[in-house]
Design a binder for this molecule. Structure first.
Ligand code: GLN
Ligand code: ZN
Length: 757
């Protein structure tokens, strides 16, 4: 038996104690220098390399680090930086942050580049923007080379990992006449030069990440991919002695497998976790002299790998590729899981033994690759038994569900009249998405309560004071539909998870969401149910402070599930229904207690939409949309149901969004230039809509004029009577001063427009 080698696609990069986040924040506030920020970054990189080396990983990545996002890094590496950022005259790193966050200061005022969800994860990437003046060429700081050398100096030989040219060009946005194919040759030349530099520095392998190959590909896409890589491989093999790894992940590459295996890659990385067809494809043949990097350890979930199953899979794989050319790897970057189970002190060993985070996955890779008999034996005890017992009340509630649990009546148009009479709102009603700035004192109050330093009464009194102030502020600003501000919540999913039975929580299991912002996903451990009201006391208190309607604020079942680590022993549909029933109890309790508008956030609805269109309905939407309807189908006609989605990009599922049957939907639109509006228009979208009129991911304050213009663009496409005016997401990450200023402008803009109606 040959011991197989091991590889990792990417390692977490925020720092074990989120050092990068804290250092970046200090840097933005001017509290530390760029050099100090760079030092923190270098320490984080070194930690990851050393961990992987100590675990005996054979193929350790470099250039998987990023200050914000790897796609943005690639844009900077290739010189694809829009002129408006360069013209600010900032340092290279500050220019980079200007593109990531936007910039408003003495040197100018520019918005950030748009941000989009990274495939089917909760990570977000920055969309590169290419225009006719873009010249793709390696320029400025050659980050992959710098980081390769840095690892080498630390005694770690790494595989520089690059976002490949196909994926880069497919994800970019084209603002001029030149499209992706016009950039193919310059891109090939730039990557070629880069690979040569890496080879000269001593790199044996260079990895080209091409996750975009797991989408449905058109004939044109396939030709484009082939053209890029046949040119690249030919020149690379002629000029530089470096092995080329084509690394794919997030699914199988069924549309392009034959091309991939015939192009002459030295290594091919294939995902055997999410790639349902990968094994079948492999069996059609694999090049004799290439190495297979088999993604067998799940890079996206935190449960221990079942070694026996993995070994069975490897036996199948070895029928095609022998062990000497087989590398056991992660299915995708470990960026999507936390650092280590060792950082968890509160959960019992009985629970923790079921988990493998990034560092534990390194051990799994070695165990699986070496077929370590003791480890296999120990692993066996985790499987084959019922990890948790089913909860009888949940099981009977699920069994009792019938069609009427999923259909609200009367129909939306009829409800609309009833609600218009109930609320009597002006044209262009204004509202916010829910949270208000989470100042240090707000967080300190929660932390003190959590640690038992203050009584529940003190905790509640503080929050009530904040709620009262927040409502007074909203009234003074002139907003029409008020929120309580969400001061009691750390996170829209964790907050609900902690109050519903069936979830468990970690202390330190942070995962990056965008930039250095992290989330700490709950773990679905057992059957889910709600045993007591969650938000009612806050919403009722808030409603008492004002005669304007206060929105109850909940998170929907699909988002709770999508932002949790789901169970692997029961289906996602069943988990969504269990959560749906729990949130339904809360909706009905809010209604019973006089809350007339209830927002059920589905920020992450699109997140788990399968990457291939043919799987959308049967694998996902057919249970996800009904799970949302389950939550609100039983409310009275006069109760207005809102929902909210982020980074939605739901152009292609507009009909499904309408079928959620909410009365109002607010969503992110400002960063993607309102492209969704055409789709809403075409679909004759019925739900009232609040396309966010400004970007809350940036501190910049939009002017009244700017907001008026944005609303004009909206009513070009959406009937004016359907339009709500709101920011594009919650305000919790913003400062108080900029929030007040922005909302005042928002209300002023709405008022100006009412005069036109
Ligand atoms: N209601 C939540 C908030 O305002 C929604 C957050 C989100 O969409 N991510 O914070
Ligand atoms: Zn949002």
């Amino acid at each position: 038996m040959t011991t197989k080698k091991t590889s990792v696609i990417g390692f977490p990069r925020i720092g074990k104690a989120r050092e990068l986040k804290f250092a970046s924040e200090k840097f933005f506030k001017g509290e530390i220098s760029e050099a100090e920020l760079q030092k923190t970054a270098a320490e984080i990189r070194l930690y990851g390399w050393q961990k992987q080396k100590a675990a005996g990983i054979d193929f350790i990545p470099s250039n998987d680090f990023s200050f914000y996002d790897n796609v943005l890094d690639t844009a900077f590496l290739l010189g694809a930086v829009p002129a408006r950022y360069k013209e600010l005259g900032l340092s290279e790193l500050e220019t980079y942050f200007a593109a990531a966050h936007g910039y408003q200061g003495e040197k100018g005022d520019v918005k950030a580049l748009p941000m989009k969800k990274w495939f089917n994860t909760n990570y977000h990437y920055i969309v590169p923007e290419l225009d006719d003046s873009t010249e793709l060429a390696v320029a400025g700081d050659v980050k992959p080379l710098r980081e390769y050398n840095e690892a080498k100096a630390a005694g770690v030989h790494t595989v520089p990992s690059l976002v490949g040219p196909y994926t880069f060009l497919k994800l970019a946005r084209y603002n001029g006449k030149r499209n992706a194919s016009a950039f193919a040759t310059p891109a090939v030349n730039a990557y070629l030069k880069l690979a040569e530099q890496l080879a000269a520095a001593g790199a044996e392998w260079v990895s080209f990440a091409e996750p975009a190959l797991v989408f449905d590909l058109s004939e044109e896409d396939k030709q484009f991919f082939k053209a890029i890589y046949s040119a690249l491989l030919e020149q690379l093999h002629a000029k530089a002695s470096v092995k080329v790894l084509l690394q794919t992940y997030f699914g199988d590459i069924r549309d392009v497998y034959q091309e991939v295996v015939s192009l002459g890659f030295d290594g091919i990385g294939i995902d055997f976790v999410e790639g349902i067809k990968s094994l079948e494809l492999l069996k059609t043949g694999f090049p004799k002299n290439a190495t297979l990097f088999a993604g067998v350890v799940n890079g996206k979930n935190i449960w221990r790998a079942d070694y026996e199953k993995k070994n069975l899979l490897l036996i199948e794989i070895e029928k095609v590729v022998d062990a000497s050319r087989l590398v056991v790897g992660t299915s995708c970057s470990l960026l999507h899981v936390p650092y280590t189970v060792a950082a968890e002190q509160k959960l019992s060993p009985e629970i923790l033994k079921h988990f493998a985070f990034a560092e534990e996955k390194l051990v799994e890779l070695s165990d699986i690759a070496s077929e370590n008999p003791d480890a296999i034996e120990k692993n066996r005890t985790l499987f084959g038994i019922d990890r948790v017992k089913a909860t009888p009340s949940v099981q009977s509630a699920l069994a009792a569900l019938n069609d009427s649990d999923f259909v609200r009546s009367p129909a939306r148009a009829e409800r609309r009249n009833i609600q218009a009479a109930e609320f009597n709102l002006p044209a262009y009603p204004t509202t916010t998405i829910g949270s208000f700035p989470q100042t240090a004192e707000v967080r300190a109050n929660r932390a003190a309560f959590r640690k038992g330093e203050i009584t529940r009464e003190q905790y509640v009194t503080f929050n009530q004071k904040k709620i009262a102030q927040c409502i007074a502020l909203q009234e003074s600003i002139g907003l029409d539909v008020i929120v309580h501000g969400e001061f009691e919540r750390n996170d829209m999913v964790e907050y609900f998870g902690t109050q519903i039975d069936g979830f468990i929580f970690t202390q330190n299991a942070w995962v990056q969401s965008y930039g250095t912002r992290c989330v700490k996903p709950p773990v679905v451990w057992g059957d889910i149910h709600r045993s007591k009201p969650i938000t009612v006391e806050w919403s009722v208190f808030a409603q008492k402070q004002t005669s304007k309607p206060v929105k109850g604020m909940l998170t929907g079942p699909v988002t709770i599930l999508n932002w949790s680590f789901p169970r692997e022993d029961i289906s996602l549909k069943t988990q969504a229904q269990q959560i749906g029933l729990a949130i339904r109890d809360e909706v009905l309790d809010l209604e019973k207690n006089g809350i007339k508008i209830i927002q059920i956030d589905e920020a992450a609805l699109r997140e788990k939409l399968p990457l291939r269109k043919s799987d959308w309905h049967k694998e996902y939407l057919d249970w996800a949309i009904p799970a949302f309807r389950l939550v609100h189908a039983k409310v009275r006609p006069e109760t207005q149901i809102h929902t909210h989605m982020c980074y939605s990009e739901f152009n292609d599922i507009v009909k499904d969004i309408d079928a959620m049957d909410a009365d109002v939907i607010t969503f992110e639109a400002s960063r993607s230039d309102l492209k969704l509006l055409d789709a809403l228009n075409e679909a004759r979208f019925e739900t009232q809509v609040g396309p966010g009129v400004y970007d809350i991911h940036s501190p910049r304050v939009p002017s009244v004029d700017e907001i008026v213009k944005t609303i004009h663009k909206i009513i070009d496409k959406v009937p004016q009577a359907n339009v709500w005016v709101n920011p594009d997401c919650g305000l919790k990450t913003r400062g108080e001063a900029e929030t007040t200023a922005s909302l005042k402008n928002l209300v002023a803009a709405a008022k100006q427009l009412r005069a036109e109606v």
